[in-house]
Write a protein that binds this ligand. Structure first.
Ligand code: GLU
Ligand code: ZN
Length: 458
């Protein structure tokens, strides 16, 4: 059975790269009717934080990346990691190293001075005597052997063991290091396919060595090229949209982000839009690209625009409410109703939920200070506005045709361009610089509210 896992360290918010790794693992396991597990790699006590754990878990939920079973905490497996270290020691695949940090520092400095790449000298590899002082446990890597990583994305990666140091698997305080914990956990969890970022390629070699020493079946590895910024640099926290929260905050829909992530370094023919079923059905590992992909925020937004246009009205509105409740001032029920009824107009040209929020703000937040500050209303255009008010007072229900006719008449009668009357009218009706067109504003506000707002200024 195919069993995959996503193994984030809870040392920060879920970033775009992590979300994509999780998505690929999820989709592959579902495509193969297997399992997808979540393992929180929280062995680093100082840097792991509960808040990041819950942030990662809720982001996965938000994206619809559902893991099977309960989440697994690496810290709960530490005794097993230690057992394996002890077993490797007994089998002479590992040894105790008593070197002091200062000694190692000195070794390192000497190597650097000679312009060499430092790796631990292996001084303690063949010590005959046990000493009664603190030690770390290092893996005893066989010299001059070629280890091949048969990578499903990168092809065969061959490395000579002379370039790999006898790395530490257990620290002197008895805490396991990443490569020990990850290998043991992958074994315990019966992971069949390890799909992760290609910054872990060298770790894969170290993990393969450990698997071989233990006589365990080695999982299949797939190292996905990392995501770069548009400028081609490694993504950093400073790039906007580098975390899923950055996207959520401005009102990117989870379906849109998911679809974007799916196509980031993976493709299926020319298909651009995938629903959940399709993504599970079509996902495979052989279509993962070999070169780094670039994070294109404009592309995320235009995909989002596509979903805003095409989603069912109710579904879109639900997303909108969730967004407002989490990031904005609460909107009163009666205004929400108006927004829902006019969502088709308000979502026009919106790329994000935030755009819809801004387009709607004239409904629930009629801010009159901006009207006065704008200086748009003067004695001259009050005349045009008054003409408009008189005509509109004669109609009872909104009709687009009628509003257009009235506007035309006002323009003709006063011999002016639309802007001269449209700009102050918009300002009076909305108190906002962001709003739909005049006829849409009148449609949404209704004739009565339109008249009320106008009368305050003329
Ligand atoms: N905790 C590691 C990370 O977040 C996971 C590496 C792995 O998938 O083995 O990069
Ligand atoms: Zn040593």
């Amino acid at each position: 059975m195919v069993i995959t896992r996503f193994a984030p360290s809870p040392t920060g918010n879920l970033h775009i790269g992590g979300a994509r790794t999780a998505l690929f693992n999820f989709l592959y396991s579902k495509n193969q009717k297997g399992k997808f597990l979540l393992r929180i790699e929280d062995t680093d006590k100082d840097r792991s934080k509960k808040e990041f754990e819950s942030q990662i878990i809720s982001s996965l939920k938000w994206l619809g990346i559902n893991y099977d079973d309960k989440e697994i905490y690496q810290s709960e497996n530490i005794s097993k990691h230690i057992e394996v270290a002890q077993e490797l020691l007994r089998k002479k695949h590992a040894y105790k190293c008593y070197c002091l940090p200062e000694e190692l520092e000195q070794e390192r400095n000497q190597a650097v001075a000679k312009g060499l790449n430092y790796i631990y000298s292996g001084k303690c590899r063949n010590l005959k005597e046990e000493k009664n002082i603190p030690f770390v446990i290092r893996l005893k890597i066989e010299k001059n052997k070629n280890i091949i990583l048969h990578d499903g994305v990168q092809g065969n990666v061959e490395i000579n063991t002379n370039t790999i140091e006898d790395f530490i698997i257990l620290r002197s305080d008895n805490s396991p290091t990443y490569n020990l914990s990850a290998s043991v956990d992958d074994k315990i969890m019966n992971i069949s396919h390890v799909i992760r970022g290609d910054d872990h390629k060298i770790n894969a070699i170290k993990q393969i060595i450990l698997f071989q020493f233990m006589g365990w079946k080695i999982p299949k590895y797939f190292h996905i090229p990392l995501i770069h910024s548009l400028e081609g640099k490694k993504l950093s926290k400073r790039d906007n949209a580098s975390t899923t929260d950055d996207c959520k905050k401005i009102g990117i829909l989870p379906v849109a982000l998911r679809n974007y992530l799916l196509r980031l370094g993976w493709s299926y023919k020319d298909k651009e839009i995938f629903n959940k079923q399709e993504s599970i059905k079509f996902f495979n590992l052989k279509n993962i690209g070999k070169s780094p992909s670039k994070l294109d925020f404009e592309r995320i937004k235009s995909l989002n625009e596509y979903y805003i246009k095409n989603l069912d009205q109710k579904e879109l509105f639900n997303y909108f409410i969730i967004f407002v409740n989490e990031f904005k001032k609460k909107i009163e029920e009666k205004y929400l109703k108006i927004i829902f009824q006019n969502l088709n107009i308000l979502k026009n040209k919106a790329k994000t939920l935030e755009d819809i929020y801004n387009n709607s703000s004239f409904i629930f937040e009629y801010n009159q200070t901006l009207i006065l500050k704008s200086n748009l209303i003067n004695e001259k255009n009050k005349v045009y506005l008054n003409d408009f008010l008189e005509e509109i007072s004669k109609i009872e229900v909104y009709s687009e045709k009628k509003i257009m006719e009235i506007s035309e008449e006002v323009l003709k009668k006063n011999n002016i361009k639309f802007k001269e009357f449209g700009a102050p009218l918009r300002m009076i009706l909305t108190g906002s610089s962001k709003a739909p067109s005049i006829k849409e504003i009148v449609e949404i506000l209704g004739i009565n509210e339109t008249i009320t707002r106008l009368k305050r200024y003329i």
